[in-house]
Ligand binder design. Sequence first.
Ligand SMILES: Cc1cc2nc3c(=O)[nH]c(=O)nc-3n(C[C@H](O)[C@H](O)[C@H](O)COP(=O)(O)OP(=O)(O)OC[C@H]3O[C@@H](n4cnc5c(N)ncnc54)[C@H](O)[C@@H]3O)c2cc1C
Length: 398
Amino acid sequence: MALLKVISDRCTGCGLCVKECPYGAIEVVERVAVIKETCTDCGACIESCKFEALYIERRRPRQVCDPSQYQGVWVFIEHEEGRIAHVSLELLGKGGELAQALSAELCAMVLGNAIDPVVQEAFKFGAEKVYCVEDPMLEGYRTDPYVRAASHLVRTYKPEIILLGATTNGRDFAGALATELGTGLTADCTGLEIDPDRRLLIQTRPAFGGNIMATIICPDHRPQMATVRPKVMEMPEPSDSRQGTVIREGLPASEERMLTEILDFVPNAEEVNLADAQIIVSGGRGLGDPKNFELIRELAQVLGGAVGASRAAVDAGWISYPHQVGQTGRTVRPRVYFACGISGAIQHQAGMRTSDIIVAINKDPDAPIFDIATYGIVGDLFEIVPLLTEEFRKRLGR
Ligand SMILES: Cc1cc2nc3c(=O)[nH]c(=O)nc-3n(C[C@H](O)[C@H](O)[C@H](O)COP(=O)(O)OP(=O)(O)OC[C@H]3O[C@@H](n4cnc5c(N)ncnc54)[C@H](O)[C@@H]3O)c2cc1C
C-alpha cells in the first residue's frame, strides 16, 4: 500500500498531480485525487500540488500480504553487451527445481535494450515465460531505471520468488529492489529449497563468520528474494528447441528523474575472471612475501589458469582483492584448484570446496585443507611448486 496520502479537504481535484505522476498512479474521482496501487511513493507529485494536499506518511506500516496472490519463480537475467552472466543461467536451473516443487512456472526477467538474443537464451535454459522491459534507458546497468522497471513488472505480475546473481550489479540491484518492494532479501545463499506445506522458500547461507549455516524464511512478505553467487548452483543443460511466451511492458520512468547518468564505460584493466576459470592456482600466507606470488603466477600461466589467493594474502597487500577466494571473496568451481601455502580455513573452503579436483600443498600434515583435498602434497611449496611448473611445462610443451 502506498505511503502517499491525500488530504481530501485541501484537494481541489485540479489534476496537476495526475499529469506529474510518471506511473499513472493517481486519478481524480469526484474532485479528489485517489492514489492507486501502482504508486511507488516516488514523491514526484508532491511538489506539483499547489494546495499542499499530498504527503508521504513517514512510517511504513507493516505490510500484510496475501501470499496466494503471488505465483511463479522468476530469475533476473543479468547481461552486459550481449553477454549473459553465467550465474543467471545457473539460477534458471535451480529456479526450475523450485518451480517444479511449487507446481509453478519458471520465468525470467530481462531488462535492457535490444534484448531479443538474451530472451531466446533464457528460453533455451528453461524459462517458460520471459517478462521484459526494453528501453534505451536500460542500456547498461543503473540502479534507478532498473528498479523502476523491475518493480513495475513485480507489482503487475506478482511472482512469489525472485532469484538474482550475487554479482557486483546483482547485489546492488537486489538490495534496492527489495527495499522498493518492502520485502525481504537473503544474500549469498548456498542452498535453496521449498517447504511444500507453507510454500516457503527455505534459504540457507553461512552466518557468524561461516561457523553456522542459517536457515532464513520470509513468511509475511512477497516476493521472497535471494541472491546466489556464481558457481554455487549447477549449470542446467540448454536445449535449442525450447520456446516460451514473452510479456513486454513499458518503462514507467523518464530520464529527467534519474539520479545517475552513464558518461563512459572503462573496463577494468586488471580483469580477473576467477568465476569462469577451469584451473586456479591460489597462494596463501605460506608464500611469506609478495614477490613469491611469482611462483603461483608461473604455474598458473603454464596451465592456462587464473591466480587466486587466500584472504590472509590479500589482507597483507600481497595481491589485490579480485583474486580472493572464499566467503568474502569469490566462489569458484574450477576443474582443478591448487591451494599452495593455504591452511584451508572454513571461510576459504566456503569459496572453493566444490572444485572438481583440489590439490593442496602444505608443509603442515594437519592443515584442514587436506580434509577436502583430492591430492595432498605435504612439503615445502618453494620446492614443490617449481617442480610442478617445470613438469607441466615439459608435458604441455609450453
Ligand atoms: C568473516 C570472515 C570472512 C573470511 N573470509 C575469507 C575469505 O573469503 N577467504 C579466505 O581465504 N579467508 C577468509 N577469512 C580468513 C580465514 O579465516 C583465514 O584466516 C585465512 O583463510 C587464512 O589464510 P591462509 O590459509 O593463507 O593463512 P594461514 O591460515 O596462516 O595458513 C598458511 C599456511 O601455509 C602453510 N605454510 C607455511 N609455509 C609453507 C611452505 N613453505 N610450504 C608449504 N606450506 C606452508 C602453513 O602450514 C599454513 O597452513 C575470513 C575470516 C572471517 C572471520
